[in-house]
Design a protein around this ligand. Structure first.
Ligand SMILES: [Zn+2]
Length: 444
């Protein structure tokens, strides 16, 4: 018996591995995530790949039995990626791993070669005198660390969102930032930046964390640095995008629907598995599971938003197009595929018992009730604001989210089928309750 034990243990482990890989692979959430990332892959907003993703989404949602499947088209200010490279030419030669930020201006032919000026923080850049960066490239560093709730993205993300326009306003000819990411891989993280009115756009890119470490070490020596920057991504004219919308009609069409959202577009470096194919898989699978055992009272409307990454254009278009149509409640999944650990609510006082029921139903899934007000997400932000909607947030574990976010590493293998399944069960639990609530549901 003793000699057999290790063998039995080994074969049991192998069986467990096989079972874990096979069983959840049959779920709607898994197949949407796997097939969208395999059959479409990267789907940058405005490109023909995003258009292909819309066609794919319409076909898949119809095949899954959803009703009223349609595309609501809109246009976005276009931006396309081009060749990108960065070479430190002084004091030591180094090739750096860089990617352009969305909305970057292109470098001139042959690239931009200029002194590289180091700023340890966004505040250090703020303190630089006006005009002091004329003809130079600003480097903006930061010290973002992983957090379970993803809260570090707000303040540190400002380096990408607000850093380039600030540097350009002080005369910088180009801007390079430490990637807004928490991994130690040599992957740069892309993401959108923007230019405030009156500021001329300049080339702006992000280097990988190890390359940012290198620049920080050299900066500490005080030796002058020089960079050759090639970023050929550039703005183009308006491009087509669109939201894909589908419904699971409820028994009472007079009741305002429950809106569940994800985004269909992705950045172009990876295949957008975590961000946000998994979100589309989670919400759609959960909406379908909420039908099991009987059609709910309220319609569940599924929104696979377009052009989120480049400026939440799909969410804005939805908010405008559906402003006059009452909604009951909105939820969004756009934070990867790791397990839900906390639920938060935004309900009117009269709906407090509803929140209590949801919290009690989620507790067996290892989800506790948080004390903050639910805020929703980017794509439902506009409609929530217009209609003061009720919101339930199912907060996912974001500890490794910013290791992958907007990098070439955002691929299907990062999605853990077991955690994906826990997400779907949590969502289905909530949808079953709220879609069967007969009384008014309002936000606070
Ligand atoms: Zn996203």
């Amino acid at each position: 018996m003793i000699t057999f034990k290790p063998l039995l243990a080994l074969s049991a482990a192998l069986l467990a591995t096989t079972a874990r890989a096979d069983a959840p692979a049959e779920s709607v959430a898994w197949t949407i995530t796997a097939d969208l990332t395999t059959e479409i892959g990267a789907r940058l907003a405005g490109t023909d790949r995003e258009a292909a993703a819309r066609d794919w989404a319409v076909a898949r949602l119809k095949a899954l039995g959803l009703a009223n499947v349609r595309v609501e088209a809109f246009t976005i200010p276009g931006w396309v990626r081009g060749a990108e490279a960065a070479r430190l030419t002084a004091p030591y030669p180094h090739q750096l791993a860089i990617t352009a930020l969305g909305n970057s201006a292109p470098t001139p032919a042959g690239g931009l070669t200029a002194p590289l000026v180091y700023f340890a923080t966004l505040d250090a850049l703020r303190a630089a005198p006006d005009g002091s960066l004329k003809g130079k490239i600003a480097f903006i560093d930061h010290a973002m660390l992983p957090t379970q709730d993803g809260s570090s993205y707000g303040p540190y993300g400002q380096v990408r969102r607000a850093g380039p326009t600030l540097a350009a306003s002080k005369g910088a000819a180009g801007v390079v930032i430490r990637s807004i990411g928490t991994d130690r891989h040599r992957n740069p993280h892309t993401g959108a930046t923007g230019w405030t009115a009156g500021v001329t756009a300049v080339p702006a890119g992000a280097v990988s964390n190890p390359d940012a470490d290198l620049i920080a070490r050299i900066a500490r020596t005080g030796k002058p640095m020089q960079l050759n920057l090639v970023l050929e991504g550039k703005p183009v004219g308006p491009l087509p995008s669109g939201n894909v919308i589908a419904e699971l009609p409820g028994r009472d069409p007079a009741l305002p629907p429950i809106l569940v959202a994800c985004h269909l577009d992705s950045w172009d470096l990876g295949t957008g598995a975590f961000d946000d194919a998994a979100g589309c898989g989670i919400i759609t699978d959960a909406a379908l599971r909420a039908q099991a055992g009987g059609k709910p009272l309220r319609t569940i409307r599924v929104l696979w938003a377009g052009a989120e990454e480049v400026g939440v254009f799909g969410g804005a278009a939805y908010g405008e197009a559906h402003a006059g149509e009452p909604h009951a409640l909105a939820m969004e999944s756009d934070f990867g595929a790791d397990r839900v650990w906390r639920a938060q609510f935004n309900f009117a006082p009269a709906n407090a018992p509803l929140a209590d029921r949801i919290a009690a139903a989620l507790a067996p899934l290892g989800i506790h009730r948080g004390s903050d007000k639910a805020s929703g997400g980017a794509d439902i932000g506009a409609i929530i604001a217009r209609q003061k909607l009720a919101v339930v947030d199912l907060d996912q574990d974001g500890t490794r989210y910013f290791d992958l976010h907007h990098t070439p590493d955002d691929t299907l293998d990062k999605v853990d089928p077991a955690q994906l399944e826990q997400n779907v069960r949590a969502w289905a639990t909530v949808l079953k309750i709220v879609a069967n609530e007969a009384g008014p549901i309002n936000g606070n």
